[in-house]
Design a protein around this ligand. Structure first.
Ligand SMILES: [Ca+2]
Ligand SMILES: [Ca+2]
Ligand SMILES: [Ca+2]
Length: 88
């Protein structure tokens, strides 16, 4: 997984690389093609609840990217702005 995320192969995953990967698979998850993800399409109910900040039962790309941006902050223990393999 780390190697997949490290787009430029410098052994660090930046926020842009992480969000780029997840944004890339967003259209594939949106099975009904309405541009938003519901809990079934997303597949992880607990994470979905955190992601759907306005509680409308749909996650926009903005909410989706926010989730992974927050995840990045949680993983980047030394706040270097990049994730190393031991932080993942
Ligand atoms: Ca959808
Ligand atoms: Ca929402
Ligand atoms: Ca770091």
């Amino acid at each position: 997984m780390f190697l997949r995320m490290d787009a430029n192969k410098d052994s660090k995953v930046t926020r842009e690389e992480l969000l780029g990967l997840w944004t890339g698979i967003y259209p594939a998850k949106d099975k009904d093609g309405d541009g938003m993800l519901n809990v079934t399409e997303f597949g992880a109910p607990n994470a979905f609840k955190n992601m759907d900040t306005n509680r409308d039962g749909k996650a926009t790309l903005k909410e989706y990217r926010k989730l992974y941006s927050d995840q990045f902050d949680g993983l980047d223990k030394d706040q270097s702005g990049a994730l190393t393999p031991d932080e993942m």
